[in-house]
Design a protein around this ligand. Structure first.
Ligand SMILES: [Zn+2]
Length: 347
């Protein structure tokens, strides 16, 4: 049996759509009939070698933000059977370390890498991944919603839980038009927060305005008075209580930090090696501020994210649905910064 897949011959090289042998699940693995997979900036970063660049890991089929139906299981697999609707977990966490035993699978101390980097992923009709990396997809959640939940909503859910976002908060989202930013804006608003959704381009700001409700206010991060605008947009000018940075622009982050209110928390998700951000220590004390990093989400949060689409006032923001043949061109658009929202592959 053969299948179509999008294959990367070397890190940083082009993607090509090829006909390859259909993989069989080995011991501990399951095979998924892929129904939906996000085509995203995170995967673009992986393709460019931003997560791992060992040539021994190529050729590789990328893609991790996927949902589908289990169609075969290998030996030694318990609890997963053919016909199960599933969503994939990105991290190859060990399951045995102290963090994994606490359920903090995103903090695994014996980290094995990533689906789509250290093993083949879901830019294909079928994907074989460890059984430990498939999680149950609720019946009421569609496959496309599952693909968005896998990272696009699970990551925002992790942020909201870490910071305890509720109806007393004003949340600033920097890079609000991206898939994490837009779903974070929606989720924070659903938890009752006021949201200031910052981005840097008229199309992206218009997109944010179109797909979010009244509780989300688009705000232009290019403005000279960006920090003052943030403060003015909060109740009694006291400043935002949570700032989430998905971009890594130090000037924008600095302006948001300056505007931060009492007890405020700044969360960064960016992984640029070269960027540093170090406010004077006194400022942490004066407003009892906190600077946090946020790392993906736990397995439980991916499952909860998938449930949220079925139960809360959140809907997936998917801007394009494409086939496998269109994936290489979609990545070129992501690379050129021409894409916002979220592209979903339906192989
Ligand atoms: Zn572990």
């Amino acid at each position: 049996m053969t299948m179509k897949a999008c294959v990367l011959e070397e890190w940083g090289g082009p993607l090509s759509v090829e006909t390859v042998p259909e993989p069989d699940p080995g011991p501990g693995d399951v095979r998924i009939d892929v129904r939906a997979c996000g085509v995203t900036r995170t995967i673009e970063n992986a393709i460019q070698g931003g997560l791992a660049d060992d040539p021994a890991l190529t050729p590789r089929i990328p893609g991790h933000e996927c949902a589908g139906i289990v169609d075969a299981v290998g030996d030694d697999v318990d609890g997963v059977t053919p016909g199960d609707r599933v969503v994939a977990y990105f991290y190859l966490s060990c399951g045995d370390c102290s963090a994994c035993r606490r359920g903090e699978t995103n903090r695994c101390l014996d980290f094995g890498g990533w689906v789509g980097v250290n093993c083949d992923g879901a830019y294909a009709e079928k994907a074989v991944i460890p059984a430990e990396n498939v999680l149950s997809l609720p019946e009421a959640t569609s496959f496309v919603e599952g693909a968005v939940a896998a990272d696009g909503l699970a990551t925002p859910l992790h942020i909201c839980r870490r910071t305890g976002v509720d109806d007393t908060d004003t949340v600033v989202v920097i890079g609000a038009a991206g898939r994490v930013g837009i779903h974070l804006s929606q989720l924070a608003a659903a938890r009752g927060a006021r949201v200031l959704a910052a981005d840097i381009d008229d199309d992206r700001l218009a997109h944010v305005d179109r797909v979010t409700g009244d509780a989300v206010q688009p705000i232009d991060a290019r403005e000279d008075r960006f920090g003052e605008r943030l403060r003015e947009a909060t109740p009694t000018d006291r400043g935002p209580t949570v700032v989430v940075d998905t971009v890594g622009d130090v000037a924008t982050l600095g302006a948001a930090w300056d505007a931060l209110g009492m007890g405020g928390q700044v969360v960064t998700l960016t992984t640029h090696h070269q960027r540093s951000f170090a406010p004077p220590l006194k400022e942490f004390v004066v407003k009892e501020g906190a600077l946090l990093g946020s790392r993906y989400a736990t397995k439980a949060e991916v499952v909860d994210a998938a449930k949220l689409f079925a139960t809360e006032r959140i809907s997936p923001v998917v801007t394009e649905r494409i086939g496998l043949e269109e994936v290489p061109a979609a990545h070129e658009r992501i690379r050129d910064g021409e894409s916002h929202g979220m592209i979903v592959l339906e192989p």
